[in-house]
Design a protein around this ligand. Sequence first.
Ligand SMILES: *[C@@H]1O[C@H](CO)[C@@H](O)[C@H](O)[C@H]1NC(C)=O
Ligand SMILES: *[C@@H]1O[C@H](CO)[C@@H](O)[C@H](O)[C@H]1NC(C)=O
Ligand SMILES: *[C@@H]1O[C@H](CO)[C@@H](O)[C@H](O)[C@H]1NC(C)=O
Ligand SMILES: *[C@@H]1O[C@H](CO)[C@@H](O)[C@H](O)[C@H]1NC(C)=O
Length: 478
Amino acid sequence: MAKAMVLILLFCILMVSPSAANTIGVNWGVLSTHPIHPSFVVQMLKDNGIQKVKLFDADSWTVNTLAGTGIEVMLGIPNYQLQRLANKYSHAKDWVQQNVTKHLYEGGVDIKYVAVGNEPFLKSYNGSFLKSTFPALQNIQKALDEAGHGDQIKATVPLNADVYESASNKPSDGKFRNDIKDLMTDMVKYLKSINSVLVVNIYPFLCLYQNSYFPKEFAFFDGGANPVQDKNISYTNVFDANYDTLVWTLKKAGVPDLKIVVGEVGWPTDGDKNANFQSAQKFYDGLFKKLASNKGTPLRPGGLDVYLFGLIDENAKSIQPGNFERHWGIFTYDGKPKFPMDLSGKGNGKLLVPVKGVQYLESQWCVLKEDMKDNSLVGQNMDYACSLGDCTSLTKGSSCSQLDERHRTSYAFNMYFQINDQSVEACDFQGLATITKTNATVGNCLFPIQIVSAGHSLNLASAATSFVVTLLILFSLL
Ligand SMILES: *[C@@H]1O[C@H](CO)[C@@H](O)[C@H](O)[C@H]1NC(C)=O
Ligand SMILES: *[C@@H]1O[C@H](CO)[C@@H](O)[C@H](O)[C@H]1NC(C)=O
Ligand SMILES: *[C@@H]1O[C@H](CO)[C@@H](O)[C@H](O)[C@H]1NC(C)=O
Ligand SMILES: *[C@@H]1O[C@H](CO)[C@@H](O)[C@H](O)[C@H]1NC(C)=O
């Protein structure tokens, strides 16, 4: 257990952070082969009373659909654009003109923040964005100011919590990571000076994923784990401990009252043994209750400002960080809440309602033929299907992990077939496969029917930057 506790802070203090107004936002990523039409999504946000969204780029199709809704928007700038924006102020000026000013007409888009980069200081990026991020941030804010938006719209940088750490495992020993200490100190002082916020992503799930010694209950909010004692404060969950490690860090950096926003927090539902509906529901129930209580953290009592990650499952995300990456949505790929969810945290609030208007492809599935005699070609065809389709639900401990070989193959074939819009050629596999009208679903393992894609927008640049996770991301994707 002692060992477990040390590891908590080594790994998990790597992720954290909330702040003031206690409103729940969502991260709307679009790395999906079959995105739902943005206007349906926006209507769903309104139906559910969701008042804030965080985007990973400034794609005008998405941003335009938010016009006139009153929904507060955080626009994003992908990491690959940082260098350009840092190099030349005029590029930042153009960016603001094209992606901000354009939307600020009467009845336009309620833009509140511009997120400059996404977790640019992740260790796994090997320092690629250390030089460009801060100048890009300053250029964007300057351009916002010059365009006359600076009072309403603030630039910031969403950070992974690996920008700070605590060697002792106590929040009070929190400090910025050594290699970026000066940079971070300058940057938080700057954020304070422009009256902006610090955005940090917190992932208790990853504590469990990355560390088999991590005391499971400490990832949730229900108590039941050995608390971490820090002076007179007893921490019962890793979220609070991480958040307060940041609070200490900011205090030592000379900006004790810089506002903190949790840019991403959530729990995936498939692709790992700890990623399932049950754990996700437990996590969210605890989180929403905590938010409703307005208790904040021991060092920052009061409301917390958080954005859930994420809104809808994204089947085209890189699984480099883990097979759970495509399953972060609180909504399924076709816009249904994964389980009853009451964002109000009061237990009597409205439950999330689904996206309306989603259209499905035909009710037909691609499966392995029944009368197969020669199985020698199955393996390679399954590998092919999985390399282009999404087989993450077959992962050990996941929703389809119990299938036998035959059904596993059918699952893979079907995922490939659906992703290819059910084209007849996509259900051949050297003659092994056949199309059936009989629902191929096996038990809890759903064989999905894909939706009619809204087309557009599989932006691989933002693919690489929109997922969150810590140490494993491949820079090469950028
Ligand atoms: C505006 O944002 C879009 C989407 O993120 C980006 O592709 C484009 O380059 C931006 N415009 C400018 C002038 O930088
Ligand atoms: C812990 O001690 C500090 C000062 O020593 C005090 O301000 C604070 O209220 C105490 N917190 C708790 C939870 O007792
Ligand atoms: C197939 O069956 C599953 C399990 O009963 C169900 O959830 C799913 O909606 C069905 N699919 C279609 C297209 O009817
Ligand atoms: C970072 O450095 C490590 C070790 O040298 C290397 O394996 C990895 O590919 C590098 N990643 C990037 C994004 O350059």
